[in-house]
Design a protein around this ligand. Structure first.
Ligand code: PRP
Ligand code: URA
Length: 212
């Protein structure tokens, strides 16, 4: 049996290749951001595999036929600020019409607990599929709190997408939200004493926005 039944790690060579450059501390900021977006696009391919579709009639040059179109009107992308912003364009490449619900929180450096500073609830949350995006799942505190807020607002269908997950974070998140599937590009070894993911990629927000 899988250690983490709700976790899907996508080992596709394109993702693993790009992740290698993302981890490399020598990768320049511009390239780092481009790669985070690209992996966001590739993970979005996996996470959207069961999006609802509508049947539509199409006239080809030769005949009328019934085809399928994605119904993305009820898909909501939830970037966890700041670092989640780095994956937004990548997901929008695949589902450009989805709504975006920004959720602002940061991890207190002393306590490692999440502090929420921005959340604007979506209307009709029970009809929507929410995709939370954040490059890092470390202790799990930020993702757990984000899913708590979405559920308090009425969300019933949530998925979570990250680049790198720590076992500690997957365990904590799955215990708090056993209904939510996690999609990641890598499951790393552990957290260090500062609750950073090892080997990880460092501080995702700082590398994306040049704040260190
Ligand atoms: C990082 C990261 C996650 C969080 C993960 O954000 O982007 O949101 O830490 O850690 P956790 O699983 O232990 O909660 P950070 O708090 O550094 O804020 P930032 O994105 O604004 O840099
Ligand atoms: N936040 C980050 O940006 N990186 C980590 O390794 C852990 C939390």
């Amino acid at each position: 049996m899988k250690e983490f039944p709700k976790l899907t790690v996508t080992n596709h060579p394109l993702i693993q290749h790009k992740l290698t450059y993302i981890r490399d501390k020598e990768t320049p900021k511009k390239v780092f951001k481009e790669l985070v977006d690209e992996v966001g696009t590739l993970l979005a391919y996996e996470i959207t595999k069961d999006l609802p579709m509508n049947a539509v009639q199409v006239e080809t040059p030769l005949a009328t036929t019934t085809c399928k179109k994605i119904d993305s009107s009820n898909v909501v992308l939830v970037p966890l600020l700041r670092a989640g912003l780095g994956m937004v364009d990548g997901v929008l490449n695949l589902i450009p019409n989805c709504a975006i619900c920004h959720l602002g929180l940061y991890r207190d450096h002393e306590t490692k607990e999440p502090v929420t500073y921005y959340f604007k609830p979506m209307p009709e949350p029970e009809k929507k599929m929410f995709i939370m995006v954040d490059p890092m799942l470390a202790t799990g505190g930020s993702a757990i709190e984000s899913a708590n807020l979405l559920k308090q607002n009425g969300a019933k269908n949530i998925k979570f997408m990250c680049l790198v997950a720590a076992p500690e974070g997957v365990e904590a998140f799955s215990a708090a939200h056993p209904d939510i599937e996690i999609f990641a590009a890598a499951l790393d070894e552990k957290l260090n004493d500062d609750a950073y993911i090892m080997p990880g990629l460092g501080d995702a927000g700082d590398r994306l926005f040049g704040t260190k």
